[in-house]
Design a protein around this ligand. Structure first.
Ligand SMILES: Cc1cc2nc3c(=O)[nH]c(=O)nc-3n(C[C@H](O)[C@H](O)[C@H](O)COP(=O)(O)OP(=O)(O)OC[C@H]3O[C@@H](n4cnc5c(N)ncnc54)[C@H](O)[C@@H]3O)c2cc1C
Length: 430
């Protein structure tokens, strides 16, 4: 007999979310519970540094961002050292739902309101291009990470009805971005989803973020990058080089340093555009193919707080959201049962045709910016220090974008459009 969809999920069927497989304190603070990704597999040679040394580029952080930066910089022939105080790919990357979208948390209409149409359209087109190029990279490197191209379904929510989505669609069309506007009847007929309207857009994808991250890092290591286990505790950046002090007492001198430390941002990085919240997620037991929506598109909802939903290769439904303005691990765990219950309820309303129980539940810190754009480029006042902070619901697409931009910047090929993502851009303050 089939169980009712997620019946009693948040209580009887939910895993013991307070129990974490992780042992590393930094990771425990960042992420609680267990996501469905292969977090304990694919070990990489992650060793302490036995002597002081000098390299062209140090990348601090071995999540998806640092891995992509290391891959891009090693492709230019520079010597690279990646330093992480925990296991690679086990920070917020392991908590990600990895909906690899070109759509940005801030709608094109909103972004045009902030920066004008031309700049907003240019930013959206860059994001679209980055999402496609990330897919091409995963294919070229033959990374086995469940990478599947998917359309997205941006569904109307509490505040966003047909007219608002029609306005967004018109602006996207003007910017040359792909997608179609669906009214309520067409949406229900094509996808079995009852909402006032939706935008369906090709060009996004899904993947296992840990396997993607480790696969990219493995390529960088094969090209000669070193992966060092240590905590960077001090940065001294000068006109000629950056000197790093590590917790082990070792020192490294680098021509450039890229900060890819995720939501653990050093205090000298200006942060008035960014804030850290927490997000909660669940995964269900595998569903039958016929119980999933057509095309298994990535679904995200235009509401506050929003819901985001995807499926996995083995047929699980992943749903997340309920973001709250806390970065406190104990508070996150305290709120877990309540947040999971709400996500399950919303998921049941959106898609009442699934079945089974919640198999995984987890929560993590989630970085956002006031304009929905990443923080990429020179750290003001810190020569040779560059930042790669791909915040937001399409953070991994931004990680890819950051990797290409910073590799070019280090090689002396700076472009004018990089300013759109500069840390000291004149954006709305938090
Ligand atoms: C719940 C959740 C859902 C998400 N869903 C999506 C999604 O669907 N799509 C999407 O595109 N994005 C999503 N994101 C965002 C995306 O996952 C992140 O933007 C991305 O994973 C960040 O990767 P990162 O490599 O920058 O950071 P991390 O993965 O956190 O890696 C940073 C690394 O830096 C290391 N580090 C930090 N400080 C130091 C130091 N001083 N010395 C040495 N090492 C250090 C840490 O140990 C860590 O390994 C989601 C995020 C969360 C939390």
């Amino acid at each position: 007999m089939r169980e009712d969809f997620l019946a009693g999920a948040a209580t009887a069927g939910a895993p013991d979310v307070a129990h974490s497989l992780e042992t590393h304190d930094d990771v425990r603070l960042l992420r609680s519970g267990t996501p469905p990704w292969a977090i304990d597999r694919f070990p990489l040679p992650h060793e302490p540094l036995s002597e002081d040394c000098r390299v062209d580029v140090v990348v601090v952080g071995a999540g998806i961002t640092g891995s992509l930066v290391a891959e891009a910089v090693t492709a230019t022939g520079a010597s690279v050292m990646v330093i992480d105080r925990a296991l690679p790919g086990r920070g917020s990357t392991a908590a990600s739902t990895a909906m690899l979208q070109w759509e940005i948390d801030t709608s094109l209409v909103e972004l045009a309101g902030l920066y004008g149409y031309e700049r907003a359209a240019r930013i959206y087109r860059r994001s679209h291009e980055a999402a496609s190029d990330l897919g091409r990279l995963a294919a070229a490197l033959r990374i086995d990470c469940g990478f599947v191209p998917r359309a997205t379904l941006y569904v109307g929510g509490d505040d966003v009805g047909y007219d608002a989505l029609a306005e967004e669609h018109a602006l996207r069309e003007r910017a040359g971005l792909p997608g179609a506007l669906l009214d309520a009847a067409t949406l229900e007929e094509r996808f079995g989803i009852r909402r006032p309207a939706a935008l369906v857009s090709p060009g996004s994808a899904e993947a296992d973020p840990v396997r993607l991250s480790l696969g990219v890092l493995r390529t960088a290591l094969e090209r000669g990058a070193r992966l060092v286990e240590d905590d960077v505790v001090a940065y001294d950046s000068t006109a000629g080089a950056v000197h790093l002090a590590l917790a082990s007492g070792r020192h490294v001198e680098a021509g450039h340093v890229v900060l890819a430390t995720g939501y653990a941002m050093p205090s000298f990085v200006p942060s008035d555009l960014h804030k850290v919240v927490s997000s909660w997620c669940i995964a269900t037991a595998p569903q039958r193919e016929e119980d999933l929506w057509p095309g298994r598109c990535l679904i995200w909802e235009a509401s506050e707080p929003y819901l985001y939903v995807r499926t996995t290769g083995d047929g699980r439904i992943i749903a997340g959201g309920e973001d709250a303005r806390t970065a406190d691990a104990a508070e996150r765990e305290r709120l877990m049962a309540e947040k999971i219950e709400r996500i399950v309820k919303k998921l049941r309303t959106l898609w009442p045709h699934g079945h089974g129980r919640v198999s995984h539940a987890w929560s993590a810190e989630f970085g956002e910016t006031t304009d929905g754009l990443p923080l990429i480029g020179a750290v003001p006042g810190q020569p040779r220090l560059l930042a790669a902070y791909g915040y937001g619901g399409n953070g991994i697409t931004y990680s890819y974008m950051a990797s290409r931009m910073l590799a070019a910047e280090i090689a002396g090929e700076r472009r004018e459009w990089f300013d759109d993502f500069a840390l000291d851009r004149d954006g709305p303050k938090g």
